[in-house]
Write a protein that binds this ligand. Structure first.
Ligand SMILES: [Fe+2]
Length: 271
């Protein structure tokens, strides 16, 4: 029930959401390319940190580029890694993924895949931004409609949107050619609903934090390797892997931080 423009919060409490992104698991455990660290080992180190510091998380979002080789056994290995976490898990596909295969494995393991999830008076909506044959993303009209429908069915809820590709450019020339092609449409759709508080995404392998009007736009590090911010051409940054933690409060406020995980700096990155 709305009162004086705010959503009623009596009896509600805050929720913790952990975002893990761009795990890029290969066909077999090990580096997916020369000079890279082992994708599985990096993910395991990150998940152990999540387990140690955020054991009681209410939801884990895994925001795409789950696999470098998008095959069922690879997604199964990811699900096996994620089984360490007691929290409910929702996956999303990225440009490296096969959304159908990933969904089948995630749902088969009892996890969510995009869709929606309610946490108290918050609604979390995952959107598919895969554009087959392209590294850039596209949120199809049907997904935008699903987002609006989901919001309309939860008029008393604050909203967190999760998607793989960022809806904005991030100041990195090579990466900005690979963002969401219709990011403006997604931003306009979210802006029509004042209860949308934030949009989290992966894809950029780096931290990002900016406002679009009242909507907070938040990018997440990769569990594997990090892209150098503001780079003109592809370049890696030798910093630790990370994940994002969001604290969703019943009054619509949101707190967030990126946790960098020790022992995940790659030794020697390729030039
Ligand atoms: Fe990625």
């Amino acid at each position: 029930m709305r009162q004086e423009g705010r959503l009623v919060t009596a009896g509600q409490h805050s929720f913790t959401v952990v975002q893990v992104s761009d795990t890029h698991l290969g066909r077999h455990p090990g580096p997916i390319r020369s000079g890279y660290p082992d994708s599985d080992a990096q993910l395991e180190t990150v998940l152990l940190d999540v387990l140690r510091l955020h054991h009681g998380a209410d939801l884990v979002l895994v925001t795409g580029d789950l696999a470098e080789d998008p095959e069922a056994p690879v997604y199964q290995r990811l699900v096996d890694h994620l089984a360490r976490l007691p929290a409910p898990i929702v996956g999303l596909a990225g440009n490296h993924d096969d959304p159908g295969v990933a969904r089948e494995v995630f749902v088969g393991a009892g996890h969510g895949f995009d869709g929606e999830r309610v946490l108290g008076n918050w609604l979390v909506v995952g959107l598919d931004s895969c554009w087959p044959g392209h590294s850039a993303g596209l949120v199809h009209p049907g997904e935008l409609h699903r987002l609006e429908d989901s919001i309309d069915r939860h008029p008393e809820h604050w909203v967190l949107v999760a998607v793989h590709h960022p809806p904005v450019t991030v100041g990195s020339r090579w990466l900005d050619r690979l963002t969401l092609t219709n990011g403006d449409e997604l931003l306009a759709t979210m802006a029509r609903h004042p209860q949308v508080r934030a949009c989290v995404f992966g894809h950029i392998h780096q931290t990002y934090d900016a406002m679009h009007g009242p909507i907070r736009l938040l990018g997440c590090p990769s569990t594997l390797v990090q892209f150098l911010p503001e780079a003109s051409d592809f370049a890696l940054e030798p910093v630790e892997s990370g994940y994002r933690v969001l604290r969703l409060h019943p009054d619509g406020q949101l707190e967030t931080e990126v946790r960098r995980v020790p022992a995940t700096v790659p030794g020697e990155l390729p030039a």
